[in-house]
Ligand binder design. Sequence first.
Ligand code: DX5
Ligand code: ZN
Length: 218
Amino acid sequence: ASGCKIGPSILNSDLASLGAECLRMLDSGADYLHLDVMDGHFVPNITFGHPVVESLQKQLGQDPFFDMHMMVSRPEQWVKPMAVAGANQYTFHLEATDNPGALIKDIRENGMKVGLAIKPGTSVEYLAPWANQIDMALVMTVEPGFGGQKFMEDMMPKVHWLRTQFPSLDIEVDGGVGPDTIHKCAEAGANMIVSGSAIMRSEDPRSVINLLRNVCSE
Ligand code: DX5
Ligand code: ZN
């Protein structure tokens, strides 16, 4: 895909220095930041919520694009607080709501872009009816909940199918994506690339970000 964007996931960074870690990613050429919100209910882990996002927006001050990956059971609850905190995109899980249509509308009314995510066990056909109303589809390539897991290559047919059906839709992959797996994602048609440990664990995040972007945009 041409013009791939790279969004580091800061989940595996030093969370006590979150602001500095975000800045380090932006200074290393990140196109956006992917922020993982976990509520200990939708996934077996807890991270942070909108108060932290608000502090980050204030501290970063260079108007970064925040893609909020909402791994929470009641995504309806945090739309307004996240918008007020400065989130740019609200990516919720299809599995977490009975009324995606109302949620999509609410996210737009609060001035954010709309992302719709599916877990590995969710068929892409359930996402398709909403594809024309969203800005981005997120195809999870691990079970959500933890960084540093193994990339699930068998999710690539979902990406490819979406790319064929919806040529102009932004399609994001998340989980186990790095220099070893980016080719598969690019080939399938993903254009928004989340990468956590592969970037955070590198001594030279800039070169990893550039490599991912170059392979993906070929
Ligand atoms: C997993 C999160 C991912 C994760 C990515 O639940 O949604 O964003 O942090 O990290 P890596 O790239 O290490 O799999
Ligand atoms: Zn994520």
